[in-house]
Design a protein around this ligand. Structure first.
Ligand code: ZN
Length: 175
């Protein structure tokens, strides 16, 4: 099992690691909403000059807002954790821009998901598939900004990161 390898890695890690006390408050007063893409792990942070303890990072498939969950975390960051600015960061070549609802449906059926449940939802919407990485960033920024639970004076920026080079492009300057 994969978990066995992970637990072994953890044993090695704690042997070498020197713990230190840190605040749970983000030192750079920043909240980031980004994608769960594996290529961003250990890449997004250095590309932004962010280290452990600096920022709240919320990740999901395609940095989308399909329910209240992202809003809840962004609101908590601003209202209780001292966050002053929010950055929605999409990336080029996002897997959520290539979702095939038919393939997803087949995978669900093969893994025993109840066909009645599958039939109840629009799979493209349910999975949060996006049509275009840049327009998706604009949409996510608007959804966060328009939430009644997000303070109106909180800057919500929108950016896209090049998954190959790490270059950032500003799409929405929330200043
Ligand atoms: Zn992605």
């Amino acid at each position: 099992m994969i978990i066995d390898k992970i637990l072994k890695a953890n044993e090695d890690f704690i042997k070498a690691f020197e713990p230190k006390k840190m605040s749970h408050l983000p030192q750079k007063k920043l909240c980031i909403v980004t994608c769960m893409d594996t290529r961003l792990t250990g890449f997004l942070e250095p590309a932004l000059g962010i280290e452990r303890g600096d920022a709240k990072i919320i990740k999901n498939a395609g940095n989308t807002v399909v329910d209240q969950d992202v809003i809840r975390s962004v609101a908590a960051s601003i209202l209780t954790l001292g966050v002053e600015e929010v950055m929605v960061i999409g990336h080029t070549n996002c897997g959520m821009a290539n979702v095939n609802p038919e393939k997803l449906k087949t995978a669900m059926e093969e893994r025993g998901i109840d066909p009645k449940e599958i039939a109840k939802v629009n799979l493209k919407e349910w999975i949060g598939a996006i049509d275009d990485e840049e327009s998706n960033v604009f949409q996510t920024v608007e959804q966060i900004k328009n939430s009644p639970f997000i303070p109106e004076d909180a800057p919500i920026h929108g950016l896209i990161i090049d998954i190959e080079s790490g270059a950032l492009k500003v799409l929405v300057d929330g200043s």
